[in-house]
Design a protein around this ligand. Structure first.
Ligand code: SF4
Ligand code: ZN
Ligand code: ZN
Length: 321
């Protein structure tokens, strides 16, 4: 019978990369310590920061919210704020919103909910079909914009998301596979750009299975149903299977890959220089081109650039809530 590494009692949960077993209590403790360590190691949060958590309702972001609320004092966080974007997906988004709202209330966290339909008059599926792009690519662009603007609108200095070890390693290997090295730079644990909130991924050193165990052991009421647009391409699936087999035969392989990817990103950025952001001439948000991707999207959909209008609507709605 395996024994808990910390107390010697009967253990039930194995963490492969730590090569250790834990009882329920010490699994939760170990998990939270890893998240706190990652925040400190990568200087994601400074004492006194107000931190916005982008909460989708799934196990990753709901677990991240939980850890930051529990460890707020340890990390010197002044306030943790939940932020949810309702995408208007029939039979899915309303339920997700209610789960997020109820959990934030239970934690005593302020919860801001923004409806995509209120911003652009369309749901995500309608928007994607108008621009004839895959829903996930439109969703990513919209979320990045809305979350960034919202974080600035509530005067928070940090925006955190629930991307974890498996996400980052999987996307990095997929990007290497297709030769898209530029996208690797978006996988950094923390990104700091002039005029923008710090964007960070505190779950970078914990695996998906451990997050699921943590959520279940902690009684976190996450939404198990996947978004109906979730789609895993063949290359992505092959990479996921490869990573999980590698981890199975070589415990700790994912962390080794993460460290190699970090070195690659570092060297790639150093050799190419940073992206050199400018300001969008329409909405004023930092952008890599004269007009930002969000403004260009709205022009295609409604025939006019709407970044500035959307920014004002978000500010109004957040100030009122
Ligand atoms: Fe958005 Fe795609 Fe995720 Fe659904 S699966 S929430 S459309 S990114
Ligand atoms: Zn124990
Ligand atoms: Zn713009």
């Amino acid at each position: 019978m395996a024994k808990c590494r910390r107390c010697g009692r009967e253990a039930e949960y194995r963490v492969s990369y730590a090569k250790a077993w834990f009882c329920r209590e010490h699994f939760i403790e170990y998990f939270e310590e890893r998240v706190v360590e990652a925040v400190r190691k990568h200087r994601m949060i400074k004492p006194g920061d107000r931190v916005v958590v982008a909460v989708s309702g799934g196990k990753d972001s709901m677990s991240l919210l939980t850890v930051l609320v529990k460890q707020a004092r340890e990390l010197g966080i002044r306030e943790v704020i939940g932020l949810h974007l309702n995408l208007g997906i029939d039979g899915f988004s309303e339920h997700v919103e209610s789960v997020v709202r109820e959990y934030c209330e239970r934690l005593g966290v302020k919860c801001h909910v923004i409806h995509l339909r209120d911003l652009l008059g369309l749901s995500l599926p309608e928007l994607a079909s108008k621009v004839r792009r895959p829903p996930c690519s439109v969703c990513g662009l919209v979320k990045r914009y809305v979350f960034t603007v919202s974080t600035m609108a509530v005067n928070a200095s940090v925006l955190v998301t629930g991307h974890h070890l498996d996400d980052v390693v999987k996307y990095a290997l997929k990007n290497i596979y297709v030769g898209d090295y530029r996208s690797l730079t978006s996988l950094k644990p923390v990104s700091v750009e002039e005029g923008l909130p710090v964007k960070a991924r505190p779950l970078i050193s914990v695996g998906e299975r451990d997050i699921e165990t943590y959520a279940k052991l902690s009684g976190i009421p996450y939404v198990e149903a996947k978004c109906p647009f979730k789609h895993e391409g063949d290359a992505e699936k092959a990479v996921r299977v490869f990573i999980s087999e590698l981890e199975e035969s070589n415990p700790g392989a994912k962390l080794t890959l993460l460290s190699s990817i970090s070195k690659l990103i570092h060297e790639y950025i150093e050799s190419r220089g940073s992206r050199g952001l400018t300001r969008c001439s329409i909405c004023g948000m930092p952008s890599s081109s004269e007009v930002c991707g969000f403004c260009r999207l709205t022009k295609r959909v409604h025939g006019k650039y709407m970044g500035a209008d959307v920014t004002s609507k978000i500010k109004e709605s957040l100030n009122a809530s």
